[in-house]
Write a protein that binds this ligand. Structure first.
Ligand code: HEM
Length: 165
């Protein structure tokens, strides 16, 4: 069996093999010029851009409210002072979703009492719900949801009083 270099497919194959060998022998030749020196020995490639980042921030009931899936594509909700980015659960919290009333709001009481009734929500101009009247079982319930949210979504901030941020 002979290797006919005249055949285009063989020429292409040979060029590809040479390219692969060159990448193995001289990895730095294919490294973008912008790679910082400290990474040059550990990476032979870098992603084109930085992946999207999420900034951990402090929210108040008023600044959280716009993240309700209607005014802003990002959807946030809070439980017991912890703010979760639930954008990935748009079908639950987006407009028309079963739990849309929690979007952009402090959902603590509703999560504790397993209710999405309007009266579970505190007006955004009022002080935060202290949740002092909750029973042990309701607090357990709320903690269970917090575990669920921490496992499924990203914690992206904390919720404080309107005049504390
Ligand atoms: C009418 C009765 C209800 C039905 C049929 C129902 C149904 C469901 C279903 C099918 C899911 C999706 C489960 C999954 O795929 O992981 C779900 C999730 C959920 N439900 Fe309900 N539910 C009901 C009542 C409630 C109530 C009263 C609350 C109030 C707190 C609630 C809060 C939630 C939450 C927070 C989730 C998680 C959504 C997520 O993962 O982002 N559900 N429910």
């Amino acid at each position: 069996m002979s290797f006919d270099l005249g055949l285009p497919v063989n020429t292409a194959l040979l060029l590809y093999v040479l390219y692969c060998v060159q990448r193995i022998i001289l990895p730095s030749a294919s490294t973008p010029k912008t790679v910082p020196n400290e990474f040059k020995h550990s990476y032979t490639w870098m992603p084109r851009g930085h992946p999207p980042t999420l900034l951990f921030k402090t929210y108040t009931p008023r600044t959280l409210q716009p993240f309700n899936g209607t005014d802003n594509p990002r959807i946030l909700l809070a439980i017991k002072g912890v703010v979760y980015d639930v954008t990935a659960g748009r079908s639950f919290y987006g407009p028309g979703g079963m739990y849309a009333n929690f979007a952009g709001r402090d959902a603590s009481r509703g999560m504790a009492k397993q209710s999405f009734d309007e009266e579970m929500l505190t007006d955004i101009d009022q002080p935060l719900d202290k949740l002092e009247d909750l029973t042990g079982e309701e607090i357990e319930n709320m903690r269970g949801w917090m575990d669920h949210f921490a496992n499924k979504y990203i914690i992206c901030g904390r919720l404080v009083e309107n005049d504390a941020a």
